[in-house]
Design a protein around this ligand. Structure first.
Ligand code: CP3
Length: 366
């Protein structure tokens, strides 16, 4: 049996082609939260610096970003930072405690939002210049090995944290604001949309070759409410950065019910969790988007055989058509292992190349 060549294309060309649903040698693979506590080297870095310090010091952010690239052989790098960082220029105090992030003071009333109205967002983004410096440093360090992704939270998901002040379980502060003070919530979302657009534009200017917008909490909403509270603001972001020409990936968690609505956004790639089959999503969106995902992240705590089966099933689900980026359905968890992540990446690369060659051979025989 001949060895399967898994690296025919340049990694950047492969990733960008997959985003644009153009033919590739195999689907690229990366992992959400690919640098994190499941890695001994990341835990060692956390002995030296807090999570926020890593985000705020470009050399450390770069070091963390490179860890999974060096250890796993991934096909894309993602800036090491957090979706909550852009809340800092709004004058909010963001801390990462044992129990998850804490944002103070929470933004809940019209008066709270009015305080944000006076902020010059362009100037305020200067407070997080370390993010753009990290992008530039990582880009230089990567030296073209793999493409670099930037990211931001979607306005709705950032509002969730700004209003809740933490990752509350039932999110009633947020829901109450939507019911009792919708104008204030809309004003907050408008500010966040302008902030996120500027934040992503600067990452792109610094060298990000694609961007992912995380609407992690979009799935909390009904279709009607998502259209009211999330879609218009993410649309504003996407339309602002679209002319910059890099692929835009939209991620939502637990959002199968939103797929048709999300498909009205002018983005390039839909990143989806494990709950719905990729074939079904592709059919429901008329094949107009590349799809990223969607192996259930818990499999990375299971055996290599189970990981290989899950990856093969994901590849078969999408099929040998252009426009698949292999990823998990949500971030890798701290109880996964580096060996499991390696197995995920290697299987995706080898099985992906095989699938493509078989697909081409079938095409040639027809
Ligand atoms: O994907 C990547 O590798 C890039 C880095 C990245 C992180 N968070 C690092 C991180 C990205 C893209 C995120 C996104 C993020 N952050 C989201 C959206 C996607 C998702 O996973 O749902 C959200 C909702 C957050 C907010 C956040 N940050 C939470 C709820 C937590 C606590 C939970 C946890 O895993 O600790 C964080 C902290 C965080 N962000 C860590 C990392 C590596 C752990 C920090 C540590 O070292 O203690």
């Amino acid at each position: 049996m001949s060895a399967t060549p898994t690296n025919v294309m340049d990694p950047t060309a492969r990733f960008l082609a997959a985003c644009r649903r153009q033919p590739v040698d195999r689907p690229p693979v990366w992992i959400m939260r690919q640098a994190g506590r499941y890695m001994p080297t990341y835990r060692a870095l956390r002995e030296r610096a807090s999570f926020l310090e890593i985000c705020q010091r470009p050399a450390l952010s770069c070091e963390a970003t490179m860890m999974p690239i060096d250890q796993l052989g991934l096909d894309a790098a993602i800036l090491f930072s957090d979706i909550l960082v852009p809340l800092i220029p709004l004058g909010l105090d963001v801390q990462f405690d044992e129990g998850g992030p804490q944002i103070r003071p929470p933004v809940r009333t019209a008066a709270d939002v009015a305080r944000l109205e006076h902020i010059d967002l362009e100037a305020a983004l200067g407070q997080v210049d370390y993010v753009f410096e990290a992008v530039a440093l990582i880009k230089k360090t990567l030296a073209g090995r793999v493409p670099l992704l930037g990211f931001s939270g979607a306005p709705w998901t950032l509002a969730t944290y700004a209003v809740e002040g933490s990752v509350g379980r039932n999110k009633h502060a947020l829901r109450r604001m939507a019911y009792d003070a919708p104008d204030a919530l809309h004003a907050l979302l408008g500010r966040l949309a302008d902030l996120v657009a500027g934040f992503l534009a600067r990452q792109i200017a610094a060298g990000a070759q694609a961007v992912q917008i995380f609407d992690t909490w979009g799935g909390l909403l009904s279709v009607v409410d998502w259209q009211v509270f999330s879609a218009p603001y993410t649309r504003r972001v996407v339309e602002a950065i679209k002319p910059l020409g890099v692929p835009i990936i939209h991620y939502a968690l637990d959002a199968s019910h939103l797929v048709s609505a999300i498909a009205e956004l002018p983005c390039d790639v839909l990143s989806v969790d494990h709950r719905e089959s990729l074939a079904t999503i592709r059919a429901r969106t008329g094949g107009r988007f590349a799809l990223q995902g969607n192996v259930e992240q818990g499999v990375l705590t299971a055996s290599p055989a189970a990981i290989a089966r899950a990856v093969e099933a994901c590849l078969a689900d999408y099929g040998a058509e252009p426009g698949h980026i292999v990823n998990l359905g949500h971030g890798i968890t701290p109880d996964a292992t580096v060996e499991a992540a390696q197995c995920f990446v290697r299987t995706a690369q080898a099985a992906g190349a095989r699938l493509w060659q078989e697909g081409q051979a079938r095409g040639a025989a027809q």
